[in-house]
Each structure stands twice: as C-alpha cells, then as structure tokens.
Design a binder for this molecule. Structure first.
Ligand SMILES: O=C(O)CCC(=O)C(=O)O
Length: 302
C-alpha cells in the first residue's frame, strides 16, 4: 500500500470510508446510487436458464442432506423456516456464473481493493411463516467505530420474484452514512422488490435483514458476499498443513492456524473447520479408491 493510495480515501457520511478503485463508465449510475443510498438493485441481470438451472440444483441439494442447515436453520439468524446450503462451489457447477457477473465485478472494482475475495456463497431459501431476520450489518462482527473502512460487499440474487410478502431482503436506505449512535428500526426499512434473476448489491455498512415471509410460497435466493483482500492471514496454514497428522498438533496451535471459527467466520460448509477437514479427507479417500478402480477397469479392458 502506498501513501498516494491512502490519500484517495473517501468518506461517505459518518458511516463508511473506502479507497475508490477503477470507475468503469458503464456502471457510473449504479455507483452513484450506492454512494447515496448504500445499495442498488440490478434488475434481471441473470437469464431464465441460469435461474432455472440454479433452482433445479437447489432442489436436488435440499432433497439430500447437504450441510447442517439444508433442512432448516439452527438458530434465529439462519432462520428456523429457512434452508441454507453452504459451500456452493464444492457442490455444483450450476452456481458458478453468479459471483462473477461482469456488472457486479465492475462495481466491486470500484468499492473494493484489487484481489478481493469471495467471503460467503450459499443459498437462502426462506419458507412460509419465517419471521423477519434480526437487523444487522455484514461487518457487525468487526469492532471498529464508524466511520469505518469498508470491509466488504453483500449481494442477494433472487431465484424467485422478491415480493413485499415472501421475505424480500429489507434494508434501510442511507444507513451506510450513519454513525454509531443511530439505531436501526423496522419502520425505516424498505423491501428489495425485484424479479427473479436480479441482484440487490449493498455495502457491508448498510443495515438490512432477511424479510418476513407471510405468503404461501418460498423465497429462493443466493447470498454472494465479497471481502477486502487483506482480511486473511499472511500464510494459509489450513491448506499448507498436511491433514493426515492434524491431531499431533496442539489444539491451541491448531486454533491459531485457522482450524477454528470466530462466531460464524471461518466455517466450512456451515460447520467447524476441523469437522470440514474430516469430511474432505473422507471424500479424498473415496475419490482415490474410485480412481484406482477406474484404472484397474481400464487396464483389464486392454
Ligand atoms: O435473506 C436475506 O434477504 C438476507 C440474509 C442476510 O442478510 C444474512 O443471512 O446475512
């Protein structure tokens, strides 16, 4: 990081600071909307085929056990009537198009620093009867006073039409400008009403929540979140360390190396990283056996 960059830091209201990046003229209007209101809706940016494929895979994953919240949330924040399938890149190729949509990446290029990361990517399927989620900001676990540096971006992709009654994301326009003394309340919230295949894009400092579902239908969606590239350790010990002998490492050291969580942060498929390693080891062994069998099958045919 050089001084010149730091000098370009921008403050918006009393809530958010960030280092503006490349401003692509094709998204200038959307950028201005985000600066003023903290969010922007990108209507129908995904095709019907992309949405249909995602929904078909969502149904398949929910029909099997696909992680600890795929049959319903475990707490009020996940939502007891809400199904979540975590770690989508591990489970299907049908969702790959969503985090890399050109318009979203162009907006990120302005609000985040180069090499930003995918921070969260899972389904949020809000069922009938779901209560409103607690109002929160996605940087709520980061104890820094406002105005604070932008840590990331949240997006919700609608896989059904988001309506006023089926649990559309609710948000408080302009709350990214607030200082720490301003308290969120539901009366100030609006619903992100948009057709299936749309995105609501918002800063991590914006107060929002999943909506109440008083309808008879579901509100299927994806949450795709990004964080600044510097929100990670220098060394990536969870990949660098052999998983065969993890239990020989002192528990305290393992936790320091990242085989641990802070609240939700750092989870693997909605579980602890240590449990995640066991799941991956099992999958690798099964994969190895299958490869061997295929090799043997291939050579016996010769
Ligand atoms: O489901 C939604 O509309 C928002 C979900 C959300 O903000 C979250 O789970 O962090």
């Amino acid at each position: 990081m050089n001084r010149a960059n730091l000098n370009t830091r921008m403050q918006i209201g009393k809530g958010t600071t960030f280092l503006p990046g490349k401003k692509d003229p094709s998204v200038a209007k959307q950028i201005d909307h985000v600066l003023e209101h903290g969010y922007v809706i990108l209507p129908s940016i995904f095709t019907k085929t992309e949405v249909d494929n995602a929904n078909a895979e969502l149904e398949r994953l929910e029909a099997s056990v696909s992680g600890p919240a795929s049959k319903g949330g475990r707490n009020a924040f996940e939502g007891f009537q809400t199904k979540r399938v975590y770690s989508l890149p591990d489970k299907s190729r049908a969702f790959d198009c969503f985090p890399i949509h050109d318009t979203i990446l162009k907006l990120n290029d302005y609000f985040l620093q180069p090499s930003y990361l995918l921070s969260s990517f899972h389904t949020v399927d809000i069922g009938p009867g779901e209560k409103p989620q607690g109002i929160h900001t996605d940087d709520g676990l980061i104890p820094l006073p406002r105005p604070r540096p932008l840590m990331g971006i949240g997006t919700m992709v609608s896989l059904d039409d988001f309506t006023a009654t089926n649990g559309a994301t609710t948000l408080i326009p302009g709350s990214h400008l607030w200082d720490d003394h301003q308290e969120p309340n539901r009366d100030a919230m609006i619903s992100a009403i948009m057709p299936a295949g749309s995105v609501v894009y918002f800063l991590n400092t914006l107060w929002h929540s999943g909506g109440e579902n008083t309808s008879n239908g579901r509100r299927r969606s994806l949450t795709v979140q990004y964080c600044q590239p510097w929100i990670r350790p220098y060394e990536n010990f969870t990949v660098a360390t052999g998983w065969e002998d993890l239990d020989q490492i002192p528990k305290r050291l393992l936790a320091l190396m990242g085989f641990s969580t802070h609240e939700f942060m750092g989870y693997v498929d909605g579980r602890s990283p240590r449990a995640g390693v066991e799941m991956r080891k099992k999958r690798l062994i099964e994969w190895g056996i299958k490869q061997e069998e295929e090799k043997k099958g291939g050579s016996s045919k010769l």
